[in-house]
Design a binder for this molecule. Structure first.
Ligand code: HAM
Length: 427
């Protein structure tokens, strides 16, 4: 059934966006930057399907999490299989590991669209994109440091400066259950002073109350027991080593004992990068942490893991707010203007492109004025003009478009080298 809203509506579904050039150039370049950064640290690209059996996320990310319980796009396909559009990347990576058993430690990166049925607003969409990196098969705290460094390096490499890093520890199966019981008792005794939502959910998800932004919950949890004070010896030592490692790399995170991220799989380290330059409600640029139990939760042998995901759209908003990472000028070096029938343009662009240059032309035999307008708009460095006189003389007129300079005739056979030397600039 379609609503009146959808019928004949020539627009992308609510909460989704087309990305046209040059915005798409920034998107694509961001992914390329991420790839070159993480590949230099030993991570290989994992491409996996955009949809999975829904149980992968139900069991992996957690049945009771908002992302799974309230936001996941689930459907039965034509064979009656129960599928879900990927709402987050980590459970998919673990599913792929369990299917293929690559050698450990396995370092994988991805760039993927993700789907969450959220209330759309600036920085919060129903389809967003993340670049992420995950390592399976090593419990070493140095890996927590490595992934945080990679995320930090990615953001700073774009020119971003106004962001913060928060870090916490969720403990593990040894120390967390006792802490959660203690927290639950503390909160249940103060139930009446919690916000409406958490008054009813405090028994089932006491940790979520710590993350609540409502003043009532904030005030109530101010004196709550802190998980960082209840970590077992191993978790405390792990956390200390992570902080130490970050310090050695001059990364100074803020330790946050309320850092409860939205998935059930986290153990030990959790972290989140937030921008100080964009709207406070949607300012998380990326986050991640350790998930040492997730492989076993999905049915494999116990295998530790750690990783992060960074929201591309959010990072672009932060770049806009900080005035960094602008769209680059186009990839065109030359635009051919041909008023002699088009054959010269056809041959010239083929020659220029074959010589490794960016070249485009006008079509449909348009007027000189119209073609020059297209040349100006194209962002090309030069226009190459072929009129009757040039054709007769075996030349092309080269007119600089981006930098000052006189137009001049160039021999037909010297065009590629002439454009190349304009593009290279004065030596
Ligand atoms: P997440 O915190 O849910 O983590 O998402 C990571 C980032 O994706 C967020 O910080 C934000 O920048 C962006 N993001 C999330 N939802 C939206 C949305 N609706 N619209 C726009 N951007 C959004 C994860 O997904 C984990 N899988 C990260 C991870 C990897 N943990 C361990 N490994």
């Amino acid at each position: 059934m379609t609503s009146a809203d959808e019928q004949g509506a020539l627009r992308a579904p609510t909460g989704t966006h087309d990305v046209l050039w040059p915005a798409s150039w920034r998107f694509q370049t961001m992914v390329a930057n991420f790839a070159s950064l993480v590949e230099r640290a030993g991570y290989g690209l994992l491409q996996s399907p955009t949809f999975e059996y829904a149980w992968v996320f139900r069991r992996g990310a957690g049945e009771g999490t908002d992302v799974v319980a309230k936001e996941m796009y689930e459907f039965a396909d034509r064979d009656g299989r129960h599928l879900a559009l990927r709402p987050e990347g980590t459970a998919s990576v673990v599913r792929a590991y369990l299917q293929h058993h690559p050698a450990l430690p396995w370092k994988a990166w991805y760039a993927t669209p993700l789907f969450r049925h959220e209330r759309p607003q600036a920085g919060r969409y129903r389809q967003h994109h993340q670049v992420g990196a995950e390592v399976l098969g090593a419990a070493d705290a140095d890996l927590d440091v490595e992934v945080i460094w990679l995320a930090d390096r990615f953001l700073s490499g774009l020119g971003l400066e106004r962001y913060t890093l928060k870090i916490g520890s969720m403990g593990d199966g040894n120390c967390r259950p006792a802490y959660v019981d203690e927290l639950r008792r503390f909160l249940v005794e103060r139930r009446d002073s919690l916000c409406d939502e958490h008054r009813s959910r405090v028994e089932t998800s006491p940790l979520r109350v710590l993350d609540c932004k409502q003043p009532a919950c904030r005030a109530t949890t101010a004196g709550a027991p802190r998980l960082l004070d209840r970590l077992c010896e191993e978790c405390a030592a792990h956390f200390a080593r992570v902080l130490d490692g970050l310090g050695a790399l001059s990364i100074a995170p803020e330790v946050d004992d309320r850092l409860v991220r939205g998935f059930d799989y986290y153990t030990r380290t959790t972290f989140e990068f937030a921008s100080a330059a964009i709207d406070a409600a949607q300012n998380a640029l990326g986050g991640g942490g350790r998930y040492d139990d997730l492989v076993a939760t999905l049915g494999g042998d116990p295998t530790p893991g750690v990783g992060f995901g960074i929201g591309i759209e959010r990072v672009l908003l932060a770049c806009d707010a900080e005035g960094v990472f602008p769209a680059a000028p186009g990839a065109l070096d030359a635009f051919v203007v041909d008023v002699t029938g088009g054959e010269a343009a056809r041959d010239l662009v083929a020659e220029l492109r074959g010589g490794g240059l960016g070249a485009d032309r006008a079509y449909d035999g348009r007027s000189m004025k119209a073609q020059m307008k297209l040349a100006d708009r194209s962002g090309a460095a030069v226009a190459l003009i072929v009129g009757r006189e040039e054709l007769a003389a075996g030349t092309v007129t080269l007119r600089p478009l981006r930098a000052p300079g006189e137009q001049r005739p160039v021999g037909r056979h010297d065009v590629v080298s002439a454009v190349r030397s304009v593009v290279a600039g004065p030596s």
